[in-house]
Design a binder for this molecule. Structure first.
Ligand code: MF3
Ligand code: CO
Ligand code: CO
Length: 260
């Protein structure tokens, strides 16, 4: 296994596309209200990507994925396909996952939005998922191991009595959408590859209110919890720096330091 070390030109381009992806999530937030369909969210993001950001929506036609973003509502874990028939209602939670390509480089980020007024469990699950991502990010520095990220995310989720999805993971990213290494959201301290400055990967924990088990729907994209209980996901694209980390997809509503 080889993990690419980005040079300064790669890093500058990853900062640019990361900022565009972050901006897109900030843009879509105002549209997430009861009554809008996930198909409409997809069209808004698609048009913004292509016409305003002069970028490419990476999911569109990626391995046959039919839309420009993923929208995963309530018990949908990830890779939900936007549809005009899926109308958001008060109390739903929806993960919007955007990946942009600009100048050949990918920026990948997602967050779970609450729709209208949510119940306490949905609020707590979404908030804990964000904290879980931040616990993983806090482990990113040269000399630490990839397993330190998975350990930190698993401990935090399980301490809050949520379970970690094991089948899907974070990934190296750059000119390639899904590259090595895999970033597991569970594991043991000190295992896996050592982090080195110039590595760029995503951390994207999916945590479930019920059991960890998931299943794939017949559309071969939509992943749901087997028990149909709620699930949430949060994702950032992260650069390993000489001193720690830099969040390339940082937004104004993030509540962690952009870099260390
Ligand atoms: N953005 C997702 C990720 O975090 C991947 C989506 S692939 C798609 O890795 F084809 F479903 F869009
Ligand atoms: Co990703
Ligand atoms: Co993503």
């Amino acid at each position: 296994m080889t993990i690419e070390i980005k040079n300064s030109e790669d890093i500058e381009k990853m900062r640019i596309v990361g900022a565009l992806a972050a901006k897109q999530l900030e843009m879509i937030e105002a549209h997430i209200k009861p009554g809008i369909s996930t198909g409409e969210l997809d069209r808004i993001c698609h048009d913004y990507t292509v016409n305003v950001q002069n970028a490419i929506p990476a999911p569109l036609n990626y391995r046959g994925f039919p839309k420009s973003i993923c929208t995963s509502v309530n018990h949908v874990v990830c890779h939900g396909i936007p549809s005009d028939d899926k109308i958001l209602k008060n109390g739903d939670i929806v993960n919007v996952d955007v990946t942009l390509i600009k100048d050949g480089y990918h920026g990948d980020t997602s967050k779970t939005f609450t729709v209208g007024k949510c119940g306490v469990l949905a609020e707590r699950l979404a908030a804990t998922c964000k904290e879980t991502l931040y616990k993983g990010i806090a482990q990113v520095k040269p000399g630490n191991h990839l397993g330190d990220i998975g350990h930190a995310t698993q401990v935090h989720a399980e301490k809050n009595r949520f379970s970690v999805v094991k089948e899907y993971c974070g990934h190296g990213i750059g000119k390639v959408f899904h590259d090595e290494p895999q970033i597991l959201h569970y594991g043991k301290k000190g295992t896996g590859a050592e982090m080195l400055p110039g590595m760029i990967f995503t951390i994207e924990p999916m945590i479930n209110a019920g059991k960890a088990a998931v299943k794939l729907l017949p559309d071969e994209w939509t992943v749901v919890t087997k028990d149909h209980k709620l699930t949430a996901q949060w994702e950032h694209t992260i650069l390993v720096t000489e001193t720690g980390y830099e969040i390339l997809t940082f937004r104004e509503d993030d509540t962690i330091a952009r870099s260390t």
